[in-house]
Design a protein around this ligand. Sequence first.
Ligand code: ATP
Length: 385
Amino acid sequence: MAEGGPLVRESSLGAAATLHGLAPSSGQQEDASVADAILRLSQLSKRFGQFAAVKEIDLAIHEGEFFTIVGPSGSGKTTLVRMLAGLEDPSGGEILLRGQRINETPANRRPTCMVFQSLALFPHRSVGQNIEFPLKMRGVPPAERRERAHALMRQLRLPEDYYGKQVSQCSGGERQRIALARALAFDPEILFFDEPLSAIDFRLRKTLEKELKDIHRETGKTFVYITHSLEEAMVMSDRIGIMRAGELVQVGAPDEIYSRPANRFVSEFMGEVNVLEVKPNGAGLHCAALDATFQGPEVMEDVAGGYLVIRPEYLRFLGPGETAENQVEGVLYNEYALGSRIQYQVRVGEQVFLVEKLREQRYEGRLDDRVTIGWDARDSVLAPE
Ligand code: ATP
């Protein structure tokens, strides 16, 4: 996992000094949210031959925020972040760091640092040597390096006696912490993370997501993070940008994206959700696939159609005499144990509904039972096409 040499670039302490003398932006009036941006992207593009991997992206990333870029494989996330870190030259547009154009500034002169999925640690050197690497390159004396490495290890919750342990003898989660400690040793202003947790098992990933959020809080640095998973992004981020085919299709706080997905593509990124194609018919939202009309979360007066999105945990099994604003009948087809929760597959005609319950609220019945499931209008979200 941690093969290869150190790809993390040397970075300078003190961005102001490093960037002194760079040409100021030719930008015009900026609004307040753009003015406090640490990084601003203007019409940023990258082409590989004829292929446009990143298409004219405008974005402002704020000082100290945890900004996550989410998108499917090939949507351009890595290319975008590599441009921001100075590892890839843009084909067009501008990257501004505190208002100064840095398009041509090499990676080692930007106050940024990248943490890769492959981590790029020295596997046969000790934890201490890995963390101290950036400090050594800067000529920091050994005693000071050691002190700083121990402080970072404490911050990253690595045991003190790991200082002399070889990285190849550390677990995946520990290596992740070592890589982060080393990145912090660069003392960058912005840390870029390219799917650092994707190779880590589910439980540990959940722990590390929270730790990363804590570390973000403790350090106050700007984090820009890439992931495939909107669920992962939701846990950590102040804001999320959703990418599709080189474009940012929605940027917003997790709650905003969750409650007002810009389109079906975004809503399907929310993980396992139920999505019903609907059209308003005067009485509510008609779903042709089920030949049923449902109540939606809002009036769709000026919307021709869209997708009703219901999270599995908002669906409930209705016993005799119980009702919900929206309900359908189907057959309990299967159940899956997901740790503290159980997920059920209920087939309603051709449509498959996913229902999730806590173990203590599990459905008491058998597979192939005829069941009625329901949800309330306020627990659904309407996404346009
Ligand atoms: P993943 O999640 O799989 O890492 P991504 O969203 O990070 O994907 P990128 O790695 O940025 O996507 O790639 C975007 C597109 O650009 C892909 O179609 C990829 O094949 C293409 N691409 C990336 N690097 C190059 C390159 N050096 N030359 C040609 N095409 C490239």
